[in-house]
Design a protein around this ligand. Structure first.
Ligand SMILES: O=C(O)c1ccccc1N[C@@H]1O[C@H](COP(=O)(O)O)[C@@H](O)[C@H]1O
Length: 231
């Protein structure tokens, strides 16, 4: 198990020869977990938010991770406005390397200090003014603002205007999320120049039902884009 020192070096780490990072989020089942590991995902995300069709228990995550014998991707726990006790209880069972937080920047910093893990803050973006300037966090997940009537703040399968990001001088490592699919990820990378991508609903056959085939295709298309563009 990595130490906390290892973990803090691990934010947005990417293996050599794999210049664009890939996170597969919302994994609940063994088949999708194995597909993501075998296809070379850099991060696997687990959703700890009861309203999500992708919500998992810490015990399920512990079981998935326990049986992974080989080196595995880093694990990311996704929390929405979670209190300390929820995060603490989850971490006591599930081995999470990184925390992805939907909350204010101040709360994200507090969580980083308290739990000694890298924290990625999810940022809802509509126009360039929404892009973060703060360098205090380990990374940002840049995604479209959810519609006002959406049940979830993310995982809605909607895209943002990728060209907004092209000339952004990011203060910290970041990844692009929102509505990515195996079919559009190369276009999203070309337009946004994102250093990493995050997908959830775009590799599903129904909400919460990951398709191992779509997971593999997504990762293959990112790697194909890298090879074709010498990135
Ligand atoms: O996936 C969820 O259910 C979820 C729930 C609450 C907050 C965020 C959630 N997902 C994250 O949203 C983005 C974009 O997802 P999608 O590819 O558009 O489905 C991504 O970071 C997911 O991890």
């Amino acid at each position: 198990m990595p130490t906390n020192a290892d973990r803090s070096e691990g934010a947005h780490r990417r293996p050599a020869g794999s210049p664009i990072g890939v996170k597969i989020c919302g994994i609940r089942e063994r088949s999708a977990f194995d597909a993501a590991c075998e296809a070379g995902a850099d991060w696997i995300g687990f959703v700890f938010f009861a309203r999500s069709p992708r919500c998992v228990t810490p015990q399920t995550v512990a079981t998935l991770l326990r049986s992974e014998k080989k080196a595995r991707p880093q694990t990311v726990g996704l929390f929405v406005k979670a209190d300390d006790s929820t995060i603490e209880r989850t971490l006591s069972v599930a081995d999470l390397d990184i925390l992805q937080i939907y909350d204010t920047p101040a709360r994200a910093l507090e969580i980083r200090q308290k739990f000694k893990r890298p924290v990625w803050l999810s940022c809802a973006v509509t126009t360039p003014i929404d892009l973060p300037e703060n360098t205090m966090l380990d990374g940002y997940v840049i995604e479209p603002r959810a519609p006002a009537d959406a049940a979830l703040p993310g995982g809605n399968g909607i895209t943002l205007d990728w060209s907004l990001l092209r000339h952004w001088q990011a203060p910290s490592p970041w990844m692009l999320a929102g509505g990515l699919t195996p079919d559009n990820v190369a276009r999203a990378l070309a337009m946004s120049h994102a250093p990493a991508v995050d997908v959830s609903s775009g590799v599903e056959t129904a909400p919460g039902e990951k398709s191992p085939e779509l997971v593999r295709n997504f990762i293959k298309n990112v790697r194909g884009y890298c090879a074709a563009n010498k990135r």
